[in-house]
Design a protein around this ligand. Sequence first.
Ligand code: G3P
Ligand code: CA
Length: 274
Amino acid sequence: MRRLLGTLLVPAALLATATSALADTDRPRSGPEVVAHRGASADAPENTLAAADEALAQRADAVEVDVQRTADGHLVLVHDATLARTTDVARVFPTRALAPVGAFTLAELRRLDAGSWFSPAFAGERIPTLAEFGDRLGGRADLLIELKDPARYPGVEKEVGYEVDGRRGVVVQSFDHDAMRRFTEATPDVPAGWLFDGRPTAAELDDAAAHGVTQINPSFEVVDTALVAEVAARGMQTGTYTVDAPDDMRRIADAGVDRIITDRPAVLRTVLAG
Ligand code: G3P
Ligand code: CA
């Protein structure tokens, strides 16, 4: 397995300039970091290299992606459990349109068009591997990697950890906190985030802190100044998803969060500048 941002592919100068903002709790900031959700997914097909390019063009500090594993063991970027929404799988593999992502080999995924569903302008866009996506960013933005449904892929947390260990500006997160505990045990030097659908309880925050979690990342609907303070009191940061309306962006920024995950990085930049 090739490791993410391999030095053969990324010049040392780029690695040296890669920001470590997501991993650095002491970094001075004037506002929340801008994280492009699945890439800049309002303007390019999610989890593709085009979405990485668009995130960079919109000056995102970091890019969030969803990682799953192919049948032959490659780490690839897909959000859904199946390929039906974001590819032409029904045309290419008509009898397997609703098969799980992990039932396909990388060679099979390479045959799919992951761009046309979004717009004809992105026809031919392919599903990238995690390594390809990291190479495309080239250290110009940090990477927030979500382990998507890791229970489907036994051992995936260790494989992702192996791929990113030692790389600056990488954080790994999941809603599956058991998988994240295993991740941190295997890769204690890689910053870890715990995602939450709802508001984390004090016990959950204590548990996260005890397991060395760096980021608490709940849905924005539950975020307020009190929660940000509870998280900070335990030495962790608050990130929140997925904030796309300017009014919500303003409220969430005012609550003091450390990062905002959005489909619309350029809009968030404008709101934060206002
Ligand atoms: O980064 C958090 C966010 O991506 C979680 O929700 O469904 O977009 O993966 P989802
Ligand atoms: Ca995600």
